[in-house]
Structure formats: C-alpha cells, structure tokens
Design a protein. Structure first.
Length: 240
C-alpha cells in the first residue's frame, strides 16, 4: 500500500510542475496568478457536475436498456457521451465561468493557461478515483501523459484563437478535437474490444504518443510567450 501511495504521488509530479510553472511565469501579474489558482480549483470542482451528469445519463441509459445493447453501441454511449462528452463540456463550462468572473482584460495566453489548469485540476482528482484500481503501471502512464492537461491546452488554444479572430470555426474545433481524442482513446481501451482484436490497442497507443507531442507543443507555447506578441494580445475585455 505504501508503494502504491508513493507511485500515485509520483504520477502527480508532471501536473504539479506544469501548474507551478504557469503560476510562476505570471508572478509579475498578480491578477493572472490568482486566475491560475482559481482555474486549478475550478478543475477540481468540475468533478461534481461531471459525476452528477454521469449518474443521470447512466440512469437514462439503463432505462433505455443499455445493458442489452450491442457492445459497440454500449461503449460508444459510455465513452463518447458519459465520459468524453460530459467531462469536456463541464470543463469548458468552468472556463467560461472563470472568464466571465475575470476582472481584467485577458489574453490568448491567459485563456490557454486557464483551460490547461482546469484540465490538470480535474485530472488530478480523477487520478485519485482511479489510483488503486488501475494498477501501478497505468497510474504512472496516466501521470506522464497528462492527458486532461493536453485536452485542456487544445481546447484553450482553439477557443482563445476564436476569441482573437472572431471566427466560429476555431470555437467548433475547440469543442470537437478534445471530444474526439478523449472518446476515441477511452473507446479503444475497452477490454471486450481488445479481446475481439488486439490490433485495436494500436489506436490508444498512438493517441498516447500523440499526447506526448501535445505536451511538448504546450510547453513550447508557454515558453515562447515572451517572443510572440500575439499570445499577449487581448482577446476580449473582461466586462464584455
């Protein structure tokens, strides 16, 4: 048990390092640092509506005879609706709430940082739920991949771009890309599908490797902020 607890704490290190980096990167802007702390807490708080919505949709599915559905349809509902759909929608809702409450003119960089931190906050609490049922290897892999932080980065980047340019297609991509990646990853990790064809494992493995690429892109984005003035451009006044 002690070893599992140590492994669990170790799995949180990547998320903690990114969170600390973002907060320290904005130490010259106290209001931004406050926003980052709120974003992290909002990510943790997002688990409440996610759990509630998941329970409601699970009940609806059971009333509709979900247990008797063909395997593929059941897993599509569970992974794309109950998991990816609910989680990504609720995290995005908390970003919108945070931006509405932000009392300064926030930038594209701020939107990306806030959404990333919301993803990290949610992922950290979710890790607690899965810690001792997923096994030590899965625990460490989840920690290294920082997938919810990656989904948050993608969502924040495209939504910030939508606010900056006023083009709706970027807002659509902010919604669709994390949803598809998240749902597809969960769907092809279904044990029953693995039993049908081991080749299905190629898809989640590929997405896991892609998440490492997202992590690198995320870090490059945050590190290059000072060299890219567009990242600091105001995307929408707080009072709007």
């Amino acid at each position: 048990m002690f070893v599992l607890i140590l492994l669990f704490l170790a799995s949180l290190i990547p998320s903690a390092l990114i969170s600390v980096f973002l907060m320290r990167a904005g130490r010259s802007r106290p209001y931004f640092t406050r926003g980052c702390k709120k974003a992290l807490l909002f990510g943790v708080a997002s688990t409440v509506p996610i759990i509630m919505a998941g329970l409601v949709l699970n009940i609806i599915g059971n009333l509709a005879g979900m247990k008797g559905w063909p395997l593929v349809w059941r897993e599509l509902y569970c992974d794309y609706v109950l998991a990816a759909g609910v989680e990504e929608a609720c995290k995005f809702m908390f970003l919108r709430i945070l931006l509405k409450k932000t009392d300064y003119d926030y930038t594209w960089y701020d939107v990306v940082a806030f959404m990333t931190l919301i993803g990290l906050g949610f992922g950290a609490l979710e890790a607690v739920f899965y810690a001792f049922e997923s096994g030590p290897v899965h625990m460490i892999v989840r920690g290294i991949l920082v997938m919810h932080g990656g989904y948050g980065f993608i969502k924040g980047w495209f939504f910030g771009k939508a606010l900056l340019t006023g083009k709706k297609r970027f807002a659509i991509l902010a919604t669709l890309i994390p949803f598809v990646l998240h749902g597809t990853y969960d769907f092809f990790l279904t044990p029953e599908l693995m039993e049908i064809n081991d080749n299905f494992a190629f898809i989640p493995v590929s997405l896991a490797l892609a998440s490492i690429a997202f992590l690198v892109i995320m870090l490059v984005f945050f590190f290059r902020k000072r060299k890219k003035e567009i990242y600091s451009a105001v995307v929408r006044p707080a009072e709007a």
